[in-house]
Design a protein around this ligand. Structure first.
Ligand SMILES: Cc1cc2nc3c(=O)[nH]c(=O)nc-3n(C[C@H](O)[C@H](O)[C@H](O)COP(=O)(O)O)c2cc1C
Length: 171
């Protein structure tokens, strides 16, 4: 993988996050977890390049994003292998299965000790800057609250804003 300047990123992140999806991975070589995510964003805040991701506290990955200062976003592409990996990492928990063994993902360790995967066409390594819980009173459109947090959908997401500290591509 080749390290690139963040300013070189020319992705349409509406498509990349919303349609391609991504893996959020946190932890170190001896203990980490990864999960699929398709909600989030990339932007500019506090004069830094940042990502926004949203993780429900019931995810096993949450324990790792809470404990660690960093996480990575790995974008795997659209091929069949990528779809299979995303589907498995988005429906099964690392509490129940070994996602690395089941998917054939090959971990790569960054110079900061964070984990991405050989299969990623693009990786963003991120350092947490701001975390907070969503709050029911802050929803101005109550239908969103009902649709995504009603019934057995799960708990309110935890919000992470993190600085993109490095980017790699294999393209
Ligand atoms: C396409 C897709 C997108 C998802 N996006 C998110 C997300 O943005 N935030 C989240 O908390 N869960 C999201 N999930 C659900 C988690 O990936 C799923 O619950 C996963 O099994 C959690 O694994 P873990 O328990 O090992 O962390 C998504 C699942 C899929 C299939």
């Amino acid at each position: 993988m080749r390290k690139i300047e963040i300013s070189e990123l020319k992705e349409n992140f509406f498509e990349t996050i919303g349609k391609e999806w991504m893996l959020i991975t946190a932890g170190q070589e001896k203990s980490f977890n990864t999960m699929t995510a398709s909600w989030g964003g990339i932007g500019w805040l506090w004069n830094r390049p940042v990502v926004f991701v949203f993780i429900r506290p019931e995810r096993y990955t949450y324990q790792f994003t809470e404990k660690n200062d960093f996480f990575t976003l790995s974008f795997l592409g659209f091929d069949n292998q990528a779809r299979n990996t995303y589907n498995l990492c988005g429906t099964k928990s690392g509490r129940e299965i070994d996602k690395i063994k089941e998917t054939g993902l090959k971990p790569l360790i960054t110079e900061n000790g964070n984990i991405t995967f050989e299969q990623a066409r693009l990786t963003l390594e991120c350092r947490k800057l701001y975390v907070n819980d969503m709050n029911t009173d802050s929803f101005l459109e109550k239908s969103i609250l009902d649709k995504w947090y009603g019934g057995n959908h799960g708990n309110l997401h935890h919000i992470y804003i993190a600085e993109i500290i490095s980017a790699w591509t294999n393209e």
